[in-house]
Ligand binder design. Structure first.
Ligand code: FES
Length: 96
């Protein structure tokens, strides 16, 4: 066993896509959110202290967007699209 270093914070983004007729997060939006968040954190010099991780289903599936969870603030949002991320990230960073 090997103990690993954890980052200061993490953002978990659902990239799950279930086959129809099951409802899952909006196809492709999760990957777009991951890319936007990683690019934005890199631009702000925060990419080593805040990691962005892809996840499977986080239980609040919606075809209107994806689910994004912020830790350690323990906040979760559903129906998220890329346009929602800037204010969410700004708010998250203020709380760290
Ligand atoms: S498929 Fe994204 S929360 Fe269920």
């Amino acid at each position: 066993m090997k103990k690993e270093q954890l980052p200061k914070a993490r953002i978990f983004v659902c990239v799950n896509e279930k086959p129809a007729p099951k409802e899952s997060c909006l196809a492709g939006e999760g990957e777009k959110c991951v890319t936007w968040l990683r690019d934005e954190l890199r631009a702000r010099g925060k990419s080593t202290e805040i990691w962005v991780s892809r996840t499977k289903c986080q239980s609040y599936c919606s075809t209107k967007g994806t689910v994004v969870t912020f830790e350690p603030t323990h906040e979760q949002y559903s129906e998220v699209v890329v346009e929602d991320l800037k204010p969410l990230l700004d708010s998250f960073l203020e709380k760290l």
